[in-house]
Write a protein that binds this ligand. Structure first.
Ligand SMILES: *Cc1c(COP(=O)(O)O)cnc(C)c1O
Length: 413
């Protein structure tokens, strides 16, 4: 952490907390599906002098002076995003994924308009119309879920609900869905009911960038994403759209919903997009998926049930019902063993959201450290042991020691 020498000198209290977090990230197996390790290059750009700059407006049309290099960095990030995703128009200013969705709705809808998105309990995101979120308050939201048998999106059912509800905007994309999303199928439903199609690829944008998940960019009207999940960039957001929505999207981001952009995050995004355009990022993304599939096998061989029976992407939803333990207790035991994941609802969950039946597991972060399919059985073996010996503190401590030693072989960026 030598680049934090100034923090250490000026504010040792904060430095120590950051330093402890760095150790935690190094010494644990991080399986939270939305998390990753950004590269040193991304971190440095994110900590750069662009933190000091105000830049309300867009390149060439700013409100303050001194924008020569801000304009260059924003244009660079936009050009790279266009090239990585094949997008017609890109806005790189959203502060994160939720603001990107706020801005997208603001651009396309009037207050009270109907939206249709995947329900939160079935893997959708809060911003897709959930009632405690602005999206469920400002718009008239309805939800589709997964099929009770297959636990996959049932496109006939989505079509039936769309025909019944007649939404002005159809949202696809999820936070806890382990299967490929058929954007073409969503597009034909949206067209049939005259709705905009928006794809939120917050979780899978790295897989899409690398071509290991189909891209919604050619078919959807608008695509929103975070940049810090599988894309492995800074904490930020991005909106990609067809040219005909460009003006409305840009106005919605600034001045409607945001003030000055986080130029340091835009600089870091430019770096991340450069990394994502390199051949080794394709290897990274395909190993993310290979690791998730290997992990699925390892769980199935130990008698765990997986939602949909497996995975096509970077995440798994493990149903713990057959092991007679709730997701919360399992996740707490795993953390004591040095393996960090989150409890998660499974579709049609009979338990409460704060202590649901499942655990969500993702491979984006461990793949960045160089863990490979041959390591997945070892990790799942530890998870299984931790879940089974969850009352036994000393057993959990022993696993933690093994995990810590294992982690030493996989450097973090
Ligand atoms: C993570 C996520 C978001 C929100 O991103 P934040 O950066 O946490 O605001 C939006 N949509 C989906 C599908 C997500 O998974």
């Amino acid at each position: 952490m030598s680049w934090m020498d100034a923090v250490k000198e000026i504010d040792p209290t904060t430095w120590e907390i950051i330093s402890n977090e760095e150790d935690r990230q190094r010494n644990t197996i991080r399986l939270i599906a939305s998390e990753n390790y950004a590269s040193q290059a991304v971190m440095q750009a994110s900590g750069s002098v662009f933190t000091n700059k105000y830049a309300e407006g867009y390149a060439g049309k700013r409100y303050y002076l001194g924008q020569e290099f801000v304009d260059q960095i924003e244009r660079l990030a936009i050009e790279r995003a266009k090239s990585v995703f094949g997008a017609e128009h890109v806005n790189v200013q959203p502060y994160s994924g939720s603001p990107a969705n706020l801005e997208m709705y603001y651009a396309l809808l009037e207050l009270g308009d109907k939206i249709l998105g995947m329900g939160l309990p079935h893997g959708g995101h809060l911003t897709h119309g959930w009632n405690v979120n602005f999206s469920g308050r400002f718009y008239t939201a309805s939800a589709y879920g997964v099929n009770p048998e297959t636990e996959r999106i049932d496109y006939d059912e989505v079509r039936r609900i769309a025909l019944q509800e007649r939404p002005k905007l159809l949202m696809c994309g999820a936070s806890a869905y382990p299967r490929e999303i058929d954007f073409e199928a969503f597009k034909s439903i949206a067209d049939e009911v005259g709705a905009y199609l928006v794809a939120d690829i917050a979780h899978i944008s790295g897989l899409v960038a690398a071509g290991v998940h189909p891209s919604p960019v050619p078919v959807a009207d608008v695509v929103t994403s975070t940049t810090h999940k599988t894309l492995r960039g800074p904490r930020s957001g991005i909106i990609l759209c067809k040219d005909k929505f460009a003006k409305d999207i840009d106005r919605a981001v600034f001045p409607a919903c945001q003030g000055g952009p986080h130029v340091h995050a835009i600089a870091a995004l430019a770096v991340a997009l450069h990394e994502a355009s390199q051949p080794d990022f394709k290897d990274y993304a395909s190993t993310v998926v290979a690791n998730a599939k290997a992990m699925a096998e390892a769980f199935l061989s130990r008698g765990y049930r997986l939602v949909t029976g497996g995975t096509d992407n970077h995440l798994l939803l493990v149903d713990l019902t057959s092991k007679d333990v709730g997701g919360k207790a399992a996740a707490v035991a795993m953390e004591k063993a040095g393996i960090v994941a989150n409890a998660n609802s499974i579709p049609f969950d009979t338990r409460k959201p704060f202590d649901p039946s499942g655990v969500r597991i993702g491979t984006a972060a461990i793949t960045t450290r160089g863990m490979k399919p041959e390591h997945m059985d070892t990790i799942v073996g530890w998870i299984d042991k931790a879940v089974l010996s969850r009352e036994d503190e000393s057993a959990l401590g022993r696993i933690n020691q093994e995990v810590r030693e294992f982690c030493q072989s996989f450097p973090v960026p």
